[in-house]
Design a protein around this ligand. Structure first.
Ligand code: NAI
Length: 342
């Protein structure tokens, strides 16, 4: 069968009882930072989605070649390329979902926060353009440090008077994807069935996998909990070190982001059974931004899975207390950067 008649099954959490039939080729998606290590494979995966009518590729580097290459795939979406800020209006007008992987990645020895000085300004500039040209779009932030870049984006949108907290998402899907893979491998489970909620933020100890809430229900020893939690928290560094200076996770990140984009499009399309973990404005804890499972709908976040912060194990309760000061500081750093630049 032709590729465009099959649907991408990136999100294994969909319940089999859901008989929702997606409409075809309806939505416009823009990738800002599309020439990069994440941007290119992400563009390829989004090009495979039957829900996309137009795929807009933007970068400060030329994306002409990437667009020409992708445009030969026989899937329904048109691929258009845009280079430099003079093309913001054409790129963003009418777009439903904007994904932002623009910015520099880590090198060995760097933390995500070391990227702040460069990536904060990039995210600010791009979100300002989104605020002007497609303020109603879902905005998916990949650029690190996500713990700070999402609060920066929120401030910029507030300054422009168009902030809708339900439509601003920090993409933490890679933490879930990694957790699912590592748990399935460790416990010899069928990988497609495994779902690990990951809460908190997206850096080091702020990444908190809830191993007490894994589906299917599975028992871990204390040692396994410690080992798996540490591996999930440091998985990004595993890739940075293996790439030895050539960047951070790009292919697994593109896979994870494509899953979140597909979930967003299904929600926009009216599917009533879409859940993902994401770092969003939240009232689940005393922190203004927090990652947890959320239900996605046509207008963005429709509900929080509040049980994600209830009934935690003793290990998780301690880990949640321990992550809060770091996450709070990262949020405040982002907010104060955006306020100083206003
Ligand atoms: P890369 O360096 O390969 O690509 C970045 C792209 O952004 C380049 O094509 C560059 O030209 C473009 N860019 C830079 N400034 C721009 C601007 N002002 N406007 C538009 N485009 C601009 O980097 P890679 O590997 O694709 O990573 C991108 C970001 O994603 C990094 O900040 C990295 O830390 C982050 N990341 C986030 C993850 C997550 O789980 N949220 C996981 C992995 C990486």
């Amino acid at each position: 069968r032709a590729l465009h008649t099959t649907s991408l099954k990136l999100a294994p959490r969909r319940k089999p009882a859901n008989h929702f039939q997606p409409r075809a080729s309806t939505f416009k998606v823009a990738i800002l930072g599309a020439a990069g290590g994440i941007g290119q494979p992400l563009a390829l995966l989004i090009k495979m989605s039957p829900l996309v009518s137009s795929l807009h590729l933007y970068d400060i580097a030329s994306v002409k070649g990437v667009a020409a290459d992708l445009s030969h795939c026989n899937t329904p979406s048109k691929v258009l390329d845009f280079t430099g800020p003079s093309e913001f209006a054409n790129c963003l007008k009418g777009v439903d979902v904007v994904v932002i992987p623009a910015g520099v990645p880590r090198k060995p020895g760097m933390t995500r926060d070391d990227l702040f000085n460069i990536n904060a300004s990039i995210v600010k500039t791009l979100v300002e353009a989104v605020a002007v040209h497609c303020p109603d779009a879902f905005i998916l932030i990949i650029s690190n440090p996500v713990n700070s870049t999402v609060p920066i984006a929120a401030e910029v949108l507030k300054q422009k008077g168009v902030y809708d907290p339900k439509k601003l998402f920090g993409v933490t899907t890679l933490d879930v994807v990694r957790a699912n893979t590592f748990v399935a491998t460790k416990k010899n489970l069928k990988i497609i069935d495994v779902d690990v909620p990951v809460i908190g933020g997206h850096a080091g100890i702020t990444i908190l996998p809830l191993l007490s809430k894994v589906r299917p229900s599975v028992h871990f020893t204390d040692g396994e909990v410690q080992e798996l939690t540490a591996r999930i928290q440091n998985a990004g560094t595993e890739v940075v070190e293996a790439k030895a200076g050539a960047g951070s996770a790009t292919l697994s990140m593109a896979y994870a982001a494509a899953r979140f984009v597909e979930s967003s499009l299904r929600a926009l399309d009216g599917d009533n059974d879409v859940y993902e973990c994401s770092y969003v404005q939240s009232e689940l804890t005393d922190l203004p931004f927090f990652a947890s499972r959320v239900k996605l709908g046509k207008n963005g976040v429709e509900a929080f899975v509040s049980s994600d912060v209830q009934g935690l194990s003793e290990f998780e309760t301690k880990a949640l207390d321990a992550l809060k000061p770091e996450l709070k500081a990262s949020i405040e750093k982002g907010v104060s950067f955006a306020q100083k630049q206003a």
